[in-house]
Design a protein around this ligand. Structure first.
Ligand code: 5AD
Ligand code: SF4
Length: 378
């Protein structure tokens, strides 16, 4: 492997980015420093980037330092993650056709434009024919897989309908098209039924691995419990799916320490694929009022790229998606993510007339119109 060059890097972390217990020895010195530079330097670290990037395992502290890299150090991280990607999953990009099946949702997450409390949007559900047409399109385009995503519902009608659609897609493709579901928390019975009807993978984002932050992002009721979310992830694993999860990056109140813990959570949960992306504010949501208390869009995008790169180093052969939210913050967002370590793209196959109804966050017109039925997918 070519040498990354030797250099070292000072990393300054501020109060917002969080503490780690292993810093205790530095605290006294930092307290003196922060007396002169209030609220700013809480902790610093002198790092040899080569040494750090070549470590077999990253601990939480290492990940925080990697997330704070800039300049040469950051270039070295990206070079390394690109090498690791090519060595372990090759240059290949997997395409998964995405269907945003319905924007009806029983939940009220504080960050999401599709939340039940948003009365300003028209609610839709695709017809069976529209789903099957999208499945045909995915087959014709040689996408190996279809992702069916929707707001979260667990009523009998919905559960049965998904089972039916899964069986129809299996029939239509002769079992050739693999199906990923992203339909939220369900009972064990439902997960089992959908698995037996033809679903292979299930994507359930944990959103954040920090229970206290999770609480700040959701109403406090049984429908939005962190423990239930964890349990659902276990159930999905137990019922035989390939499991995907992910988090939002750059949320208000989130620290680098939280993000480091998120990556360790993913690593420790035997996850097969990851879809994570920047948090993007939406005017019609309660979290919008904290928009001044978070990083700029540019910083959130960069942080997302760092998360992808570090995850690639931590889990060399995992599937990592270049997500729509990345593309929303940067015109070449997905391409950059692929270079950085991602290897999956999910072109949107949802008919255009429904797209405006599925705005989880503010989105640009161009992103809204790409792909889709009647349009040439990416
Ligand atoms: N910004 C970024 N991602 C969001 N999601 C929902 N709302 C937002 C937002 N405002 C993501 C969540 C959810 C997935 C369907 O979309 O991670 O799990
Ligand atoms: Fe519903 Fe998912 Fe949005 Fe939460 S994030 S409101 S579950 S669509």
């Amino acid at each position: 492997m070519p040498s990354l060059g030797r250099f070292s890097q000072w990393t300054f972390l501020n109060k917002k980015q969080g503490w780690h217990p292993s810093d205790i020895g530095l605290r006294k010195y930092c307290r003196i420093l922060s007396f002169f530079w209030p609220g700013n330097i809480i902790r610093y670290r002198f790092m040899d980037c080569n040494q750090l990037l070549n470590k077999q395992y990253f601990n939480r502290q290492d990940i925080i330092v990697l997330l704070a890299l800039r300049g040469n150090g950051l270039d070295a991280l990206y070079r390394k993650s690109q090498q690791v990607r090519e060595k372990n999953v090759g240059k290949k990009v997997y395409y998964r056709g995405l269907i945003e099946y319905s924007n009806r949702c029983a939940k009220n997450c504080f960050y999401c434009g599709v939340r039940r409390g948003n009365k300003a949007i028209d609610r839709y559900t695709l017809t069976d024919d529209e789903v099957l047409e999208a499945a045909r399109l995915a087959l014709n385009e040689n996408f190996g897989s279809l992702v069916i995503q929707a707001g979260e519902r667990s009523d009998r009608g919905f559960v049965e309908k998904i089972g039916h659609l899964l069986r129809e897609v299996r029939k239509l493709s002769g079992g050739k098209l693999r199906v990923t579901l992203s339909l939220g928390e369900q009972t064990e019975e439902t997960y089992r039924m959908w698995r037996n009807s033809g679903a292979h993978r299930y994507l359930l984002r944990i959103e954040t691995s920090n229970p206290a932050l999770y609480k700040k992002l959701h109403p406090e009721d049984d429908l939005h419990s962190f423990q239930m979310r964890l349990k659902a992830l276990d159930l999905i694993q137990e019922t035989g799916y390939h499991v995907g999860t992910g988090v939002m990056i750059g949320l208000p109140f989130q620290t680098l320490d939280d993000l480091a813990a998120d990556l360790l959570f993913i690593k420790n949960h035997d996850i097969d694929m990851v879809g994570m992306g920047p948090y993007i504010e939406h005017e019609a949501t309660p979290l919008f009022r904290y928009r001044d208390q978070m990083q700029s869009k540019k910083e959130r995008f960069e942080l997302s790229m760092k998360m992808v790169a570090i995850l690639r180093l931590m889990m060399p052969d995992i599937n990592i998606a270049a997500t729509t939210a990345m593309q929303t913050l940067h015109p070449q967002g997905r391409e950059i993510a692929l270079k950085t370590g991602a290897n999956v793209i999910m072109p949107n196959l949802t008919p255009l007339k429904y797209r405006e109804g599925y705005l989880l966050y503010e989105i640009k017109e161009s992103t809204l119109k790409e792909g889709g039925l009647g349009n040439k997918p990416l």
